[in-house]
Design a protein around this ligand. Sequence first.
Ligand code: SF4
Ligand code: SF4
Length: 391
Amino acid sequence: MSRDRRKECAHCGACLTVCPTYRATGREDRAPRGRLRIIELGLAGKAAERGLASCLLCGACEEACSRGLDITTRIAAAGKGHGGLAPRMLAAAAESDAARNALAPLARLAARAAQVLPPESGLRLKLGLPAAAALRTAKTEHAENGIAIFSGCLARHLVQEIETATAAMERFCHGREPAIPGEQTCCGLAAWSAGRFSRARELAKRNIEVFARAQTILTPCASCFHQLRSYPELLGDDRQWRDRAADFAARVEPFSRRFTTPAAIAALAGNLVPLPEKKTCLWHDPCHLRFRHGIITEPRRLLKLVPGLELREFGRGPRCCGMGGAFGLTFPELSAKIIAPALAELAELEVSTVITSCSGCFLQWQRHRQSSGHRFEVLHPALLIADLLPR
Ligand code: SF4
Ligand code: SF4
């Protein structure tokens, strides 16, 4: 049987310059090309496993790849899908000094998280908190309304103002009262990234049930959006669920698209209360939005509607924050090395506010806010804009 060379790595190196882990280390086994080589040669052992487990699954390489290879799917399947190093590292990391140091700036949040996050929340994995083995049983509650909000664990449990602000924007821009189903659960991205595929499927099925009757499912979290849209692949082999998963995914809308429709722009433009003081802001592109869904212009378009907000951009292209699911916990030093040049550029640009819509990125910027010499605040766009809606 002849091999289809278009599906093989050409070793051209086009992906190297965009890969955050390669840029931070210069190591081939921390690069897309090297990771594909590990898979192709079937290499085993700790070094090979670490090479695969240290992938952020950010997708930047896929956008740059000259052959359009599905690099992250291959890495996830080889390194994480077989119960490889990631789950074991995660368990060990949660107990390590390095992880404790990495999480120290978030200690207060983590302490609160330990109390309020439900056992199945993916944020528990990201914060190194113990998670439950079984998903809680719950009576299924359907979102009956036309529009329902999938909040994500950050907005549902830790920074609930994001959930409230998203609902306020929906009312103002579209005149609809959104449902916020209490029985929604974690999107499952953290479980998937840690190789816990069956848990990710279990969580997906719960969410599909809960949102079965919602016409539109709006989510303020970029990573949740990506994961919810991935349910058809996650459940592709499940004959009972795959059609429902496809139907569910087609109804999911990301925050910045929902609020840059012609109706939303008409409602917001010229009607927002000006900021009391000028803000120099940077929109941080979550990798899951930028590289997986090409959502780049919408968030910027939305932010430009805010009077008194000046948007600044990284001069050398998009920068990963280094969070990547539980990567910040399993590879804390590499994670800090990845965000370091972004923090330096933030200071150069004199940015006062980093705005992002991904729970992981939000936590990562918060975590490094204190270690950076430059002072800045971190906001979700809903928090910024809902405050400026006319009363
Ligand atoms: S997904 Fe991101 S970290 Fe992983 S190989 Fe591709 S660019 Fe590098
Ligand atoms: S860009 Fe694609 S084909 Fe070229 S080295 Fe990277 S993974 Fe291989």
